[in-house]
Design a protein around this ligand. Structure first.
Ligand code: ZN
Length: 206
């Protein structure tokens, strides 16, 4: 099982990063290992190696068929349920890596950096993949709101693109990018994420 993460997939978030990079012309992706998963709404422990860990709330698509070189027209056949996740990012380490042209793994792929909702919701229940609303509240305050209609690259475009390079397998997860509003977590914070009225994530930062 692999975790595929899409970077800069919402223009307003790409802008807030303010690192001078242009909007991507094709989906930008990277992988997290399975050891990054944080399941069951377990608490997230801030790692010692970072002074600033940001939350990034994202729609997560679960692949349900094996496929490679998938045509965009057929990409919708490869998933039928969605969940939510948090792509935790050690922003200080990531900025340093970007500045030095080095890989992102230390900042993005550490243990428990991929919180995953225990529950996935059938698309038949929540609606069309390209018009799903989700939000993240931190300590009861809305910090992020996204709609998949605002993605630079749709889920089907992502699946088609990534599958040109690597075979998608059953159970693979795609974190589809975060809207604007990312920010740091602090010990004692409570994170709640909702997808079309379904509360899927609710866990604490320690
Ligand atoms: Zn992300």
């Amino acid at each position: 099982m692999k975790i595929i993460c899409i970077g800069r997939n919402y223009a307003d978030h790409a802008t807030e990063l303010n690192d001078g990079a242009a909007l991507p012309k094709e989906p930008l992706f990277f992988l997290k290992p399975d050891t990054a998963l944080l399941r069951n709404n377990d608490p997230f422990y801030i790692p010692r190696f970072s002074e600033r860990v940001d939350y990034e709330c994202e729609l997560v698509v679960k692949i349900n068929r094996v496929g490679k070189c998938i045509d965009r027209r057929f990409a919708h056949r490869y998933y039928d349920e969605v969940g939510l996740g948090i792509d935790f990012t050690a922003r200080d380490l990531q900025r340093k890596a970007i500045a030095e042209g080095l890989p992102w793994e230390a900042s993005k792929c550490f243990d428990h950096s991929a919180a995953l909702s225990p529950e996935f919701v059938p698309l038949l229940e929540v609606g069309a993949i390209d018009n799903l609303h989700f939000d993240l509240r931190v300590n009861g305050q809305v910090r992020q709101q996204g709609n998949t209609a605002e993605m630079l690259f749709s889920v089907d475009e992502i699946i088609s693109h990534v599958s040109q390079y690597m075979t998608l397998k059953i159970g693979d997860l795609i974190y589809t990018g975060t809207p604007c509003g990312v920010g740091p977590v602090a010990v004692g914070d409570n994170l709640v994420a909702t997808l079309e009225g379904h509360e899927l994530l609710n866990f604490d930062i320690r």
